[in-house]
Unconditional design. Structure first.
Length: 154
């Protein structure tokens, strides 16, 4: 399956973030999205939070009441090789390009969506299950269904 944007999610701060039909992506993230705690979220190096639908579905199978946007991700991806989505990797999202800057630490506000066990998506405890933060290299308008892929190294 080719990778694509499954859902775009925004909020006025906090979780869950809710789906939007489309949004512009600029240096500080998706239009219409705000963060509640700018000390640990947002800014140019944490402009976008990404997470794969496949991990959400697996966490649901484990009994967690999680859904796209529940962990605060702005872009829910599907069909992307998540093992390649690591700090330094670049992703093409439609016409936009983003660069993964770091693994996102779990936030206590997401605890209800993972039955209180934030280790289930913590990079140190379950490698490959973390959300990631990304900086925007090239902004563009995004919408669900647009292609998403990890770009080859130069």
């Amino acid at each position: 399956m080719a990778g694509r944007i499954f859902q775009l999610n925004v909020s006025q701060g906090g979780v869950p973030k809710t789906a939007v039909a489309d949004a512009g992506l600029g240096e500080l993230g998706l239009d219409g999205d705000r963060v509640a705690n700018a000390r640990v979220h947002g800014g140019p190096t944490r402009a976008l939070c990404l997470y794969p639908l496949e991990r959400i579905l697996a966490l649901q199978e484990e009994g967690n009441p999680i859904f796209p946007g529940a962990l605060g991700e702005n872009v829910t991806l599907v069909g992307v090789d998540w093992d390649r989505v690591v700090p330094g990797a670049r992703l093409a999202l439609g016409d936009a390009v983003v660069e993964v800057t770091k693994y996102a630490e779990p936030c206590r506000t997401t605890a209800p969506f993972v039955r209180g066990d934030m280790k289930c998506y913590h990079q140190d405890h379950r490698p490959g299950w973390s959300r990631v933060y990304a900086a925007v290299v090239r902004g563009a308008r995004l919408a669900p269904g647009m292609p998403a892929r990890v770009m080859d190294a130069l």
